[in-house]
Structures are given as C-alpha cells and as structure tokens.
Design a protein around this ligand. Sequence first.
Ligand code: GLC
Length: 613
Amino acid sequence: MGKVEEDMNCIYRDPNEPVEARIRDLLSRMTLKEKVGQMTQIERRVATPDAIKDLSIGGILSACGSGPFQKALSSDWADLVDGFQKSALESRLGIPLIYGVDAVHGHSSVYGATIFPHNIGLGATRDADLVQKIGEATALEVRATGIQCTFAPCVAVCRDPRWGRCYESYSEDTEIVRKMTSIVTGLQGQLPHIHPKGYPFVAGRNNVIACAKHFVGDGGTDRGKNEGNTILSYEDLEMIHMAPYLDCISQGVSTIMASYSSWNECKLHANRFLLTEILKDKLGFKGFIFSDWAGLDRLSDPRGTNYRSCISSAVNAGIDMVMVPYDFKKFVEGLIDLVESGEISMARIDDAVERILRVKFVAGLFEFPFTNRSLLDTVGCKLHRDLAREAVRKSLVLLKNGKDPKKSFLPLDKNAKRICVFGTHADNLGYQCGGWTMKWSGGNGRITIGTTILDAIKAAAGDETEVVYEQNPSADTLARQDFSFAIVAVGEEPYVEGLGDNSELVIPLNGTDIISSVADSIPTLVILVSGRPLLLEPLLLDKIDALIAAWLPGSEGGGIADVVFGDFDFKGRLPVTWFKQVEQLPLHIGIDSCDFLFPLGFGLTCNKERSLD
Ligand code: GLC
C-alpha cells in the first residue's frame, strides 16, 4: 500500500489545526492494523524498515546502551534514530515514531554524556530547582541524539533498601519524592498558565516526552522484592505511592509506565481498576500508558502458552503502548485477532491510539520528526558537567566528622605533605555511576568520560602534596607513619532491578576489612559509594574519623573533592533511614521506631550543625 497521496489539506497534517481535530482526522483514516501498529513498541535490534513501514510501528526503544556501536558519538546515534524515523514517514499515513531510552541519570547510554547522580543522591539534595535543571540538561542531550522520549522519572517511594532499585527512588518519604518531580518540568518544559488538566505537554524541540514510572507501588513490595507484591489498603497506596503521580500529571507528564509489581496480589499490568478507573478516569490522565519491558510476558503462566490472554488482560486493563520488545509479529497478530473476535473492543483500541497520537502531536513530532543537530555539542558539555558537579556536592551526606566532638576531622587539608587514597571505588568510574550506565547492568572502570574520586583528589591537592594510591592497601604502605590522613572509597558494584535485591546489605568487595586495616593505623575518612544504606558495624564506625554517604555520584567526582577539602560545605541530608541491623527492615518514616543508626533527614555540616528535615 503506497504512502497516502500528498493531500496536504489533511487536517491531521496541518499544525494550525487543534490537536483533538488532528487526532480525530488521523484516527478516521487508520486501518485496524495501523492502529495496532501504533500500540507496538519494539527494540531497535528487531526494527527493520519494512516492519516499521508496513506495520506503522508506533515506537522504538534502545535498551540501555543499545546503540550503533561501542563508544558511538551522539551524531552516530542521531543517524540511527533518524534512519528509523525516515522509514516511519514512508508508511501510508506517515505517522512519526516515538523513540525512547532510559535517560534516568543523564543520557547514560551514550559515551561522553553527562552522568548525574542517581535519584537517591538527588533526594539527599532536597533541591527541586537543581533537579529541574538536571531535567533540562538531560532533555538537551537526549534530543541531540534524535531520541524524543525518556523512561524517567522513576517516582518510586522505596520503603525497603533490600530492593534492587532503591537507588532509582528519590526517597522513602513521599513528600521528598513529590518535590523531586520537578524534573518533569525540566524534561518537558514549563507548562503554560492555562493547561487542560491531565493533558500531556512538551514545550518544544529542546524537550523530551517524560515517563513517570512505575505505576504504582513498585517501591513498596513485601521485603523489597523486585516485581513483588505491595500489600496495602487503597488509602495507604494512594497516600504513599500514588501522590507523586498527581504532581507529575499536574506538570503535564505525557506518559506513565505500569509497574511489574502487584498490589494485593493483582498485577499492575492487568489492573483495570488502577490503570483505567483511577489513573485515567479519576485522575484524568490524558497521555498514554506504556507497559514495561515484556510486561505482558510477566502476566503469562510459566509455560508462556497464554500470551494471547496476556494481551487481552493488559490492553483491556488500560495499557496503551506495549513495550513488546522483540516478538512484535506475535503481539500484532494476537491483538488484531482479539479485536476481530470482540474480546477487545475497537473503542479500547481507539482510546489507546488517541492517547498515543495526542502525545505525538503535542510533542511536535509531525512537524519536527528528525534530530535538531544544533544540539550535538550539548552532550557532555562543561555547563552540564558543572551542574552535575554541583549536584554531587549537594548530594553528599556527612554522617561522622571527628572522633572528638570538639574537633572536626573535615575539611581535610589539600596542602598536606602526604596523603593516601585506598579502596575499590577510589578510581572506578563505572562503580561511581552504578547501574543504567553504558549498559543495563552498568560497568567497571573507565566506561565513559568523567572524573573519578582519585582524579578529583589529585586535581585538588596542592602542588607539594604527595598522593599515594593503592586499591588494596599493602602492609608496607600502612606501616608508614608519615601520612596526614587516608581517604578510603568503598561500596557496591553496579546492579539493576532484581539483580540488586539483597537481604544482607554488607559492604561488598572486602570493603569493611579495607576500612578496618587502614583506620587501625591512619586517621581515616570513608566515602561510601552505594545505592542505599549498608550495614555499618559500631566498632567500625568508632574506628574511623569521618564518614560520607556519596550514593552513586555519576561522572563528576570533582564534587566530592569540593566538599572534602572545604571549598564547599556539606548540604546533603539522608533521604532514607539508616538501619542498624537488616533484621530491623523495613524501617522507614511512618514506622514508630527510634532504633536507627541515623534518622531520615540527618546530615552534618563542617561547622558541626546537625541538620534534620
Ligand atoms: C526495564 C525497567 C524499566 C525500563 C524498561 C526499558 O525492565 O523496569 O524501568 O524503563 O525496562 O528499559
């Protein structure tokens, strides 16, 4: 079937026509196959020009790091995305693609992009303006690569640090998460004064389509089990986990992603009450709902024989665009068959496609389907790296500052004669970026362009200062008595999703022994690089002189040296409660207990003020 005749008088092609008129006009021209195609999102590795054209595919995504080739530049990414878009515009009705990626802490799939602190560190800043600016910077770097949609922000309220996605949550405290939703305005642009309630919004070509996720209760599962079951009354689910979505919707969030998890044993992907009756009808959300990656397959029985019924459950529940992401033929055929058999109504299909088209029209994809290449130089630019460095500074939480209450240990003297730096995380960019960086599970070592903690210390230290570095401190080095102080950086290796579920929460990679051996002989600052609170034995805590929770700071390690050497004071405050023993978990705001190691909101400054929320 050829491309629609060049009937430029079509209403849907006229940007001067109201969006709703353009939607109605285009919908009226679409076949069932084209409507189903728009509800289909596929991963780029299975996206062929013919499939995109023939099926009128609605969306493509790159799994984290799934780009043209290793260390591809933003221009290579733009060529890749524009190539797919060209195929889409060659379809009969020429409906442009939405291309999505997980730019969850900067455009972290792209080599050389600015990597911001993960959300738990941003929650420690309590700084909504800063987070909005991070959204603006991220949007520019994403659009520079031709991509117009990010699967962010994650607005999970993490109630248990055993959850592998704890670091993707801004806080255990709903009110802090609500404040950090300012990133939606950063990503999509400032809403005009008059904006219809629940309507999607994207200001222009320097902004992206945001996606609030994962609706709803993903951070509240029993024992923090990833994709587990959240056992709560509706009132508590609404108060604790749903509240941030109202803030996202009030900022015009264009898409929302359903959670893999369940609420009282009912999977969100098949939960019509929450997806349609609450999110769409009661809250008035007018954008569209993504499934999560292979979210429909998660509904299936172990044998996977009932995929057709999974499609029926999910689409009838209110899922609009399905992140298949690979076997799209099975999905398209199954959905068409379900509509033709009457198990899914055409009204439900039209509702889904209307919402998808609404976001595409609002985002200007019909007018500007291709990359704005004037943005290429924004990727990893100094302005953005300086912003990330500011975010690192403000995210650090000072938990101990001196063994003697009257004598602070920090700030350290950058002109000391000789200092030593130890630990697995002192010179490892991959470790300080964490998961969702360059690939889904993150990486080890120089995975992109950035500044490690060691790089930053060396850059800040005086010309006469000798900096001795060993990842694992040797006995000979520890035996020397001429170090002014030691800095030990340890913590977690990168992890993602269920791979990060952990019920022990000890400092891995022999971190505790490294700390102990150094602190036995040298005055020691410990920098903990982790996605969550970890077990800190009291004896260990007594041995060290100072302790900083650095979370997962990203590419700009310079922000750590800035506060360690006193150029800036600490501002960070705990976004989570710090437990004493894992047996206490869950231990969070709302639970009546004071038996924590450090409370939510705790954070010292160098002038010894103890700041709480
Ligand atoms: C993942 C995650 C989701 C992400 C999606 C696409 O499994 O649950 O947060 O946006 O797949 O990568």
